[in-house]
Design a binder for this molecule. Structure first.
Ligand code: ADE
Length: 244
């Protein structure tokens, strides 16, 4: 799996991939990331990547020629090309997983007031947003996309199970985790976790995850979204709270 990032600020990526899970994946060559300076694909003396918008007054728009040239230089057969922009499909676990199945993902980082629409219409396979807010550019968004997608590439995250159990992968939020000490400032770790009864622990975790999802992300825990077993478990938590 290979990511190619096209940006006018390549230096912004020096830090983000130099630690953690992505760094380990790069070291083991499970994932490759190449960062390309858009200015290297200009042909004029000033290495100009932007220009004033037609029909507009202020701001600058990224020009199409360097972006087309950059993509044509780095795209491999079968590679997918996405522009990072607030107009795109919102990144979620489903999209991250889809991207992880590609052999190559080319990410174009937008900047300034926008990107010439011909890039969107005739070059990119799609646009990706990381949420309903505007960043100063696509660079931070590209780093988020790479991290989220890389986690789904087999061999990147140590135990496959730890991706599968992540929040959202099962469609609901994660269950609460505890570590030593058993008691901290009078705050006790739930005793079920010391029971050694794995069935009971699993059931408790599922219940807690459902409870948290219903409370914090009711959109993920509607009746249509849950299995009959999960609906029963969630109903149990509601009854327990009534009894308290
Ligand atoms: N560029 C600017 N804002 C963005 C966002 N929310 N997602 C992706 N790229 C962006």
């Amino acid at each position: 799996m290979r990511f190619d990032i096209i940006t006018i600020f390549p230096e912004m990526f020096a830090g983000v991939f130099s630690g953690g899970v992505v760094k380990r994946a790069l070291d083991r060559d499970v994932v490759r990331i190449a960062v390309h300076d858009l200015r290297d694909f200009t042909t004029d003396k000033h290495r100009q990547v932007d220009d004033r918008p037609f029909g507009g007054l202020e701001g600058m728009v990224l020009k199409p020629e360097p972006i087309f040239r950059a993509v044509e230089a780095v795209r491999e057969a079968g590679g997918k090309v996405y522009l990072l922009s607030p107009q795109g499909r919102t990144l979620d676990a489903g999209l991250a997983r889809e991207l992880s199945a590609e052999s190559q993902v080319v990410l174009i980082c937008g900047r300034y007031e926008g990107v010439d629409e011909r890039v969107v219409e005739h070059l990119a396979d799609g646009e990706i947003s990381i949420g309903d807010y505007v960043l100063s550019g696509g660079e931070l968004a590209a780093a988020v996309v790479v991290d989220a997608a890389a986690r789904f590439v087999p061999g990147v995250v140590g135990k496959e199970g730890s991706v599968r159990n992540d929040s959202f992968c099962g469609g609901i939020l994660d269950y609460p985790q505890y570590t030593r000490p058993r008691e901290f400032r009078g705050l006790k770790v739930p005793s079920v976790l010391f029971s050694g009864d794995h069935k009971r622990i699993e059931r408790w975790r599922r219940k807690k995850a459902l409870e948290k999802t219903a409370r914090q992300r009711p959109d993920l825990a509607g009746p249509g979204a849950l299995s009959p077993e999960d609906r029963d478990l969630l109903a149990e938590t509601k009854n327990e709270r009534k009894d308290e």
